[in-house]
Design a protein around this ligand. Structure first.
Ligand code: ADP
Ligand code: MG
Length: 211
């Protein structure tokens, strides 16, 4: 059985995983984490809900991020505010002792609180497309120096009518970032985004396991 240690994670992250009670990687984690830590590759990950996709992209982001960088190093787009909060919480619980600031950014939350947090400096932003667009237009969020751009639940973001915002945000970010796209299904709209906005990418598809 593959362990998290086999995937090339640091001791600090391994300690956080142990504290969280994650004993072994899920199949999507086992396949994406080493590729993202070692190589400079883009990934399309296709796997059903509940297969551990958050840690599949969250752990490599944590490993690659630098402390005290004073720039947004990773932007994660999610379709809903609940998911933005959930993903931010999961990354916070996986970062262990690493000093990284993770901010969920979504509509309905007082925007001046978000301004304040963004001004103080945030390493990882997890947001919904509408509010991220809002910040970009106001000049309160800068995504021109990202290491990672993650589209989480890309099919849901398209279903919810965010496709134009998502495209605009992708087009506003620096192109030398790495782009990771996760989706349970791969409808044409999602395929088109991958073709247009991603470099050479590897597709990692994990079949749903029978219970
Ligand atoms: P997905 O995004 O694929 O729907 P999540 O990342 O939300 O899945 O993970 C589903 C649940 O499984 C979460 O509660 C998460 O904390 C847990 N989980 C993820 N990876 C592991 C693991 N390796 N071991 C144990 N639990 C895990
Ligand atoms: Mg998920």
């Amino acid at each position: 059985m593959t362990t998290f240690k086999d995937l090339g994670l640091s001791e600090r992250t391994l300690a956080a995983l142990e504290a969280k009670g994650f004993n072994a990687p899920t199949p999507i984690q086992e396949r994406t984490i080493p590729l993202l830590i070692e190589g400079n590759i883009d990934i399309v990950g296709q796997a059903q809900t509940g297969t551990g996709k958050t840690a599949a992209f969250g752990l490599p982001i944590i490993e690659c991020a630098q402390e005290k960088e004073k720039r947004v190093q990773a932007l994660i787009l999610t379709p809903t505010r609940e998911l933005a909060i959930q993903v931010a919480d999961e990354i916070n619980s996986l970062k262990g002792q690493k000093n990284l600031r993770v901010l969920p950014v979504y509509g309905g939350q007082a925007i001046h609180m978000q301004f304040k947090a963004l001004r103080r400096g945030v390493d990882v932003v997890v947001g919904t497309p509408g509010r991220i667009m809002d910040h970009l237009q106001r000049g309160t969020l800068h995504i021109d120096n990202l290491d990672f751009f993650v589209l989480d639940e890309a099919d849901e973001m398209c279903n919810m009518g965010f496709v134009d915002d998502v495209r605009e945000i992708l087009a506003s970010a620096n192109t030398d970032r790495r782009t990771l796209l996760f989706s349970a299904t791969m409808p044409r709209e999602v395929m088109r985004i991958a073709k247009e906005f991603m470099g050479d990418y590897e597709t990692i598809k994990v079949e749903t396991q029978k219970q």
